[in-house]
Design a protein around this ligand. Sequence first.
Ligand code: 1GP
Length: 257
Amino acid sequence: MSGKVWSYISDKLEREGALHFSLIDPDPFKVTAEVCAEMATLAEEAGSDAIMIGGSTAFGIIDETVKAITAAVEIPTILFPGNITGVSKYADAMFFMSLFNSTNPYWIIGAQALAAANVKLNEIESISMAYLLVSPGKSAAWVGDAKVFPRDKPKLPLAYAMAAELFGFKLVYLEAGSGAEGGGVPPEMISTVSQYIDIPVIAGGGFNDALSVVAAVEAGASIVVQGTYLEKHVREDKGEGLKKIVGALKKSGSKRV
Ligand code: 1GP
């Protein structure tokens, strides 16, 4: 089982140039496990390449939701933990993340140390990822005590991204925060960061249409994440809108291969 999801991601990136990940927030105050599984199925049918499960305010036990989603789809389910409560043995893998631009060591290494035994003993495939919060950062920045990167200062996240690569991290995530206004992480920032590092860049937060998703890919993002879009539209239009967005992303990604 070791490295299965990472191989899936890297092989697919090589073949397709860019990937789309769907984020599902298993917040028990908002959605049931059944609704999460339904959203994941629709995302899979629309062509999304993986389901990320997590959120900064995911309180409580997420096992039931992770189990339901993993049973519903063939594509990998990857934990995107907002804290030690975000670990579940029912996922196919997890992003083992460090919030590099937090001002609080808890979010850089403290939570990870507390969760490590659980991850190891349950043999959850772990994919290391540096998590960089860009303005506005939204709930993730508030919860994670982040000193968010100004949107017009791409060299700041670049320095952290290069450090991540030198540490041996597999991925760098540029995050504007779930529900970010203004079209997501600025393309100039994505392009500066991806140009000077050799590990894939994930971009997320505020990508609500095909135009902004394609702009992120054209700027150099290897993976684009959408969460709010899914929550708002995927059940309503049975995934039709998402299908078009994923199609546009793949078309743009294929120019890279
Ligand atoms: C949040 O980057 C993800 O962690 C997704 O953001 O909800 O704005 O799509 P959205």
